[in-house]
Design a protein around this ligand. Structure first.
Ligand code: 5AD
Ligand code: SF4
Length: 460
């Protein structure tokens, strides 16, 4: 049932009139959520709901949420308060919470002072149109069922990126790793891989539409697998990557995230062999202490992790490596912390995401371990980790001085109208003078200096 304040549009030919409601979306959390929001917008579009970037125009607000740390959820509660204010002046407005927080908190979100009309978990987005109608008639609209099969393989995401250069392609969903601190296996369900044919179709469509770069997404892309049953052709992640790279030589291929336990030499050789597979691996270590890694249920020791770093360095020429680090995990001592710092030095990361441990209800760590590192110590250790990474990032950029990189242009620099920016294969942002290139063009840029965030150079 269309809402009272629905917007009415005529087709250009003027023959049909369609009642279109307008959807405003906010997306928090990981790249996977960005990709999911594009699927949601596509589902809505097929049901005559148009996407608007203007919250004031919205008949429906959906917030795609993240539960990975407590502060991520706090931020979303803050946004829901803002939406409540808007709803006061617009009683027909529908506010929906989708994604990980919807999955984790379920009914609690509907009960909370009428903040929310609609709650939908990550595997139930196909139900959105039906649930929207229910919410529109004042019923409780909730679906948080997780699925073993859903990959949204047949849905063409509506791209929402800033440029038409780079797009995300989701290749799998869920996670089976159960790292003891992590809520993802509970909010996103079991790991399942998407049919490679549908992945190639999506990549082909992007290539035909003028895109120049795709990022293949999964919680643990290295365990991608299709057709493992007898009689079917099996495709592992290396095969998927290589086939994408060979079939679309004009596209750059990126991927995220790799699990250190599953990153094989076969994959490293595939990356080395194909010039259009980007030379950047995001390989979250989480900790440098084997004792803590065991408590985290990561499935590798410090030594095994460093052996994989050495393999990357020896097999792939000039490969950037980035990481995630959690500091202050249960029982972490000063000695464990020092081991994290020394692992970071040894791995010589180009970039890192660094977090304080945040206990998540329902996880193994919350059930079985004590969150016993005091907040001040977590903060102090995090500061030390960030400082060290600052030095490592500067060292990595200093090593790029004088080198020439092939940069894919993404747009105009935020700081100067006269400059463009793009990324190297290593995923480093490079800024350079505008010589009339357009987003999607390549430029060969020689690095002349750098700031903490970017390389700066000149075309050669
Ligand atoms: N506390 C802090 N950081 C976490 N991450 C996942 N769960 C938690 C948690 N409970 C971090 C990990 C992961 C990244 C996506 O978020 O480093 O790799
Ligand atoms: Fe969470 Fe570990 Fe799965 Fe990553 S691999 S999503 S950290 S459980």
């Amino acid at each position: 049932m269309p809402l009272k304040n629905a917007n009415t549009f005529s087709s250009p030919a003027g023959f049909t009139t369609v009642n279109c409601r307008r959807l405003y979306m906010e997306t928090y959390g990981c790249q996977m959520n960005v990709s999911d929001s594009e699927v949601v917008i596509s589902i809505m579009k097929d049901n005559d709901v148009v996407h608007t970037p203007d919250i004031n125009q919205a008949d429906i607000i959906l917030i795609n949420t993240c539960s990975i740390r407590e502060n991520a959820e706090q931020r979303i509660w803050g946004r829901l308060d803002v939406f409540r204010q808007i709803k006061k002046t617009k009683p027909d407005l529908i506010v929906g919470v989708i994604g990980c927080m919807a999955e984790r908190l379920k009914e609690k979100l509907l009960e909370e002072e009428k903040l929310v009309d609609l709650v939908i978990g990550p595997d139930a987005y196909r139900e959105l149109p039906v649930l929207l109608e229910e919410a529109g008639t004042g019923q409780r609209a909730i679906n948080v069922l997780l699925s073993r099969e859903e990959t949204y393989a047949d849905i063409s995401p509506v791209r929402t990126g800033k440029n038409n250069v780079s797009a995300f392609v989701s290749i799998m969903r869920g996670c089976n790793n159960f790292c003891s601190y992590c809520v993802v296996p509970y909010t996103r369900g079991e790991e399942r891989s998407r049919d490679p044919e549908s992945i190639f179709r999506e990549i082909g469509g992007l290539s035909a539409g003028g895109y120049r770069e795709v990022t293949l997404l999964g919680q643990n892309v290295n365990s991608y697998g299709w057709g493992k049953n007898p009689g079917t052709t099996s495709t592992d992640f290396s095969d998927l990557l290589e086939k994408s790279a060979v079939e679309y030589p004009d596209l750059r291929i990126r991927f995220s995230t790799s699990h250190p336990r599953d990153i094989s030499d076969k994959l490293l050789h595939t990356i080395a062999r194909n010039p259009n597979i980007c030379k950047h691996i995001h390989l979250p270590a989480q900790s440098g202490s084997s004792r803590i890694l065991k408590l985290m249920n990561r499935g590798y020791s410090r030594e095994e992790y460093l052996e994989r770093i050495a393999a990357i360095r020896s097999i792939i020429n000039d490969c950037a490596i980035s990481t995630d680090i959690i500091t202050g995990f249960c029982s972490e001592t000063e000695e464990d912390h020092m081991q994290t710092l020394s692992l970071m030095e040894e791995a010589a990361y180009d970039f890192a995401y660094m977090f304080k441990y945040s206990e998540r209800p329902g996880t193994d760590a919350a059930e079985k371990l004590r969150d016993d590192v005091p907040e001040e110590i977590k903060s102090k250790r995090l500061t030390g980790i960030i400082k060290l990474q600052g030095r490592l990032s500067a060292r990595s950029k200093a090593a790029d001085l004088g080198k020439t990189f092939r940069v894919l242009v993404e747009g105009r620099s935020k700081k100067s109208e006269l400059e463009l920016y793009g990324r190297s294969s290593q995923n480093k942002v490079v800024v350079f003078p505008d010589t009339g290139l357009k987003p999607g063009d390549y430029a060969n840029i020689k690095v002349t200096r750098f700031t903490p965030a970017t390389l700066i150079g000149l075309p050669v």
